[in-house]
Write a protein that binds this ligand. Structure first.
Ligand code: PHE
Ligand code: ZN
Length: 886
């Protein structure tokens, strides 16, 4: 292998040639597929004569013509990755290429491949080069037609982007279809699907009165499971019109569900391709979490039609331009469809549990990375989730209307263009005449800023001061950072727990006053821009309790001087519901960290009664939303606590979390029991917030109870399992029972498997549940499951469930004897031969090895070194493994 090459943002150059139109012709066959392309090419600068460099990987070149004339060897150069024309004609010309590919053998699931006998494509980021020779980069935007030819009985359905303009039968049992996409697009948005599929059809009438045909395609037996996906699609189309004034721009929108897919889903123009787990749902087989994920991802891919497709990225470093923005949009959509607070809590938890650790480890990179070896490795929680937080900050700073003005200007300026993150920033700024100081650092500096805040009340001057200091920790390649622009939303609570009316705030010689004759100001957004600064609130007549970073207004770690009693007060009274939850989490984190210290010093563990009392009062507060209660009584995850320790100690954290759960279960047993009894589901499954909230609360209570060694509870859990009428309740009961090793666990797991063996999506849940289990010595069980007839290393969902699930279990993956590490090391090498993208996602589990004690470090490092020494390692795995060792 050539040494993998690193690609840098600073080296970006405009292409020397653009493509205007692309005509593709596919002859799909059982052994091989022939691809013919005809491209009209024109130089960026008239009269230039630079070489034209095309990407091409795993392609067999059959023919190449320029302006109708066949090129001979010597007229072009071909290596394993490129086809180069050293001196193309000057001016506009046509390029025709014929090549051969073998989709049947493509296990990477990039380019054209087969899934359950059907053909489908995945081109983002750089999969198009596995289909034909092309300038495979997003700033090459062209108009496509796609002609597909295939056996009619094997592949009755033939789909591509845009509109169907022609179809018909051919000799020899074949047929064809011709699709034309009127919008120019980068090749990563190209898609083709051919196979035996059936559709659920519906219609959406846009607000300007256009009828759009909607079709969701699946294997025939799965069509009944697409109702929720269709509902989600129509809701998303309506929402984008209502909230952003954005209408769909074609007469047809297709979604295809495929069982073999590396990621969640793909926004190909008018032909979205989805991992079937994010389309198929029925109450019996899918949980509330699946229903919610489907809603969010259908929305996400649909929203890409404007944020991603109509306006796309200039280069892959700008990925967050489309992903951060589109994640933000799908988060807002889900909030509007359900509970805003609960959605915010879920999103912030995810950021803390996955993105914070990435930002503090060897793979830390800015929202807009400066370099990559393999772009596939940068579809990360940083680009997606932190990127969405960056977009959210614009909205926090500009308000709903200001943000909308910025979006409007963005589309007005950049429709049908390939642009950069600065272009988005400029649209937001210019539409609002805003002063954004050093906001752009959010795109270029990695690491989670740490903000410290201390408060003081001056009873004589009636002022309340907040002093902030900020520090962005060093990350690979970025030892020193500039201060960031951090919006901190703040409210002040009086002694009765009400928001004080804010009159003015003093900041370095300027007094900002909030006097408005209409509404009292109860919350304000402070703008931090310096390493240290002070804000002074005036006319404050008693010592307030500050509610800081309301709604989590910036993706930072906030360290405040609030006391436990302040936090209990906020937990009970804050008008910002997110901060109520946050206060509870802060208390829980403090508690967990101090118990971890006790555990490490062999001190007996004891639970602070005030904490139990706090949770008891939340649990019995009838004014609260039930899903909020479910979240508020859930302890921070083990990863979140490990992330806060000097040396991560998985055993101690696990022991402490288990101890607290058990202690709460025994002290709040009667409350939990009545919670279960009073929140059982109605017979009919309804996917709405009220019903989901009941199920969530009931199942959290059941999970607590099941941590007790108590036959009465085992009976209860079995009862819940046997009487469940939907997957949410059935699976929650199974998970509750599976907490404790023993015969009941084995029996129920076996029962579940035999009940659902015909449904691979449910079987994946069964794999994941066992893989994540913290029962001692679980690695052996997981090892055995690799040989289960339903397991297949070639299917990403199965790998994510079983291998990914296992890596998420702190105790077993990080087992002291290194068995978990060894298991993963072996699997990564096997996977890398089949599917590098999936392999590199798995190898990432090693990346934080330095966070652990010396003996674990040695064991994990040995596996990384073993991987690095393997022959023929993919660039994907090479990048993650080598950066982890660096
Ligand atoms: N662009 C897809 C999204 O919506 C993600 C994806 C990337 C899918 C690469 C497949 C391959 O977020
Ligand atoms: Zn996306």
């Amino acid at each position: 292998m050539d040494a993998p090459k690193e690609i840098f943002l600073k080296d970006y150059k405009s292409p020397d040639y653009y493509f205007d139109t692309v005509d593709l012709k596919f002859s799909l066959g059982e052994e091989k597929t022939i691809v013919a392309s005809k491209i009209t090419v024109f130089p960026r600068v008239e009269g230039s004569s630079s070489p034209l460099d095309l990407n091409g990987v795993d392609l067999k070149l059959i023919l190449i013509k320029v302006n109708g004339k066949e090129l001979k060897e010597g007229d072009y150069y071909l290596d394993s990755r490129h086809l180069t024309l050293p001196s193309p004609p000057s001016g506009k010309f046509t390029l025709e290429i014929v090549n051969e590919i073998q989709p049947q053998k493509n296990t990477s699931l990039e380019g054209l491949y087969k899934s359950s006998g059907n053909f489908c494509t995945q081109c983002e980021a750089e999969g198009f080069r596995k289909i034909t020779f092309y300038q495979d980069r997003p700033d090459i935007m062209a108009k496509y037609t796609c002609h597909i030819e295939a056996d009619k009985s094997l592949y009755p359905v033939l789909l591509s982007n845009g509109n169907l303009i022609e179809q018909g039968d051919l000799e020899g049992g074949k047929h064809y279809a011709v699709w034309e996409d009127p919008f120019k697009k980068p090749c990563y948005l190209f898609a083709l699907v051919a196979g035996q599929l059936e559709s659920r059809d519906d219609i959406f009438v846009t607000r300007s009165g256009r009828q759009v045909s909607l079709r969701i395609w699946t294997l025939a037996q799965d069509v009944p499971k697409t109702a929720h996906a269709m509902y989600s699609l129509k809701a998303a189309m309506k929402w984008d019109e209502d909230v952003f004034g954005l209408e769909y721009d074609l007469d047809l929108f297709n979604i295809v569900a495929v069982p073999d897919f590396n990621m969640g889903a793909m926004e190909n123009k008018s032909l979205n391709i989805f991992n079937s787990r994010l389309v198929l749902a029925s109450p019996e087989t899918a949980s509330d979490a699946d229903y919610a994920a489907i809603l969010g991802v259908i929305g996400h891919e649909y929203f890409h039609n404007w944020t991603g497709n109509r306006v796309t990225c200039r280069d892959w470093f700008q990925l967050s331009l489309k992903e951060g923005l589109t994640v933000f949009r799908d988060q807002e959509f889900s909030s509007d469809m359900g509970s805003r607070t609960v959605k915010r809590i879920a999103d912030v938890s995810r950021l803390r549990n996955y993105q914070f650790p990435q930002d503090a480890g060897p793979m830390a990179h800015p929202v807009r990375p400066h370099s990559y070896i393999k772009m596939d490795n940068f579809y990360t929680v940083t680009v997606y989730q932190k990127g969405a937080e960056v977009v959210r900050m614009y909205k926090t700073l500009l308000g709903t209307q200001g943000f909308r003005k910025g979006m409007n200007l963005y589309f007005k300026r950049h429709d049908r263009q390939a642009v950069t993150c600065e272009d988005f920033f400029a649209a937001m700024r210019d539409a609002n005449d805003a002063e954004f100081a050093n906001f752009l650092h959010w795109y270029s500096q990695a690491g989670t800023p740490v903000v410290k805040v201390t408060s003081s009340y001056n009873a004589n001057a009636h002022t309340f001061s907040l002093k902030f200091s900020q520090e962005v920790p060093p990350t690979p390649g970025q030892p020193v950072k500039e201060p960031m622009f951090i919006p901190v939303a703040v409210g002040l609570l009086d002694s009765s727990g009400k928001d004080m009316h804010l009159s003015s705030v003093y900041h370095y010689g300027t007094l900002q006053s909030f006097v408005s004759n209409s509404q009292p100001v109860l919350s304000t957004v402070l703008r931090l821009t310096k390493k240290e600064e002070e804000f002074v609130f005036c006319d404050i007549f008693e010592r307030p309790i500050p509610s800081l970073l309301r709604g989590y207004s910036a993706p930072i770690r906030l360290e405040s001087d609030l006391s436990d009693s302040d936090l209990f007060f906020l937990l009970a009274h804050d008008s910002d519901e997110f901060n109520r939850w946050e206060a509870g989490q802060l208390l829980a984190r403090k508690l967990m960290l101090s118990l971890v210290a006790d555990f490490q010093q062999n001190k007996p563990l004891a639970l602070n009664p005030k904490f139990v009392q706090g949770l008891r009062s939340i649990l019995s507060d009838r004014s609260l939303d039930k899903e909020f209660i479910a979240k508020a009584i859930t302890l921070p995850a083990e990863g979140e606590i490990m992330d806060m320790m000097e040396v991560a100690d998985p055993d101690a954290v696990h022991a402490v979390r288990t101890f607290i759960r058990k202690e709460l279960a025994s002290q709040l047993k009667s409350e939990f029991l009545s919670t279960v009894q009073n929140n059982r589901s109605s017979k009919e499954y309804v996917f709405d917030h009220l019903n989901m909230a009941r199920r969530a609360l009931k199942n959290v209570a059941l999970a607590y109870l099941a941590s007790l060694e108590d036959p009465e509870i085992t009976e209860l859990a079995l009862h819940e399992y046997n009487t469940a009428t939907n997957m949410t309740d059935q699976f929650a009961a199974l998970a509750a029972i599976a907490q404790k090793p023993g015969k009941t666990r084995d029996d129920v797991l076996a029962d579940f498997c035999s009940k659902w063996q015909h449904d691979y999506l449910v079987v994946n849940k069964w794999f994941a549940l066992q893989a994540m289990s913290d029962i001692p010595g679980n690695v052996e069980n997981v090892h055995n499951l690799l040989n289960h007839p339903a397991f297949d290393l070639r299917n990403p969902n199965k790998v994510y469930s079983l291998i990914g699930g296992f890596c998420g279990s702190p105790v077993n993956f990080h087992a002291k004897d290194g068995s978990g590490y060894k298991f993963l090391g072996e699997i990564v090498l096997q996977l890398d031969k089949l599917n590098p993208r999936v392999a590199s996602r798995m190898v990432s589990a090693f990346s934080r090895w330095r966070r652990f004690d010396e003996s674990r470090q040695k064991l994990a490092k040995a596996q990384l070194e073993m991987i690095m020494s393997a022959n023929g390692l993919s660039e994907n795995v090479f990048e993650i493994a080598s950066k982890s060792l660096a």
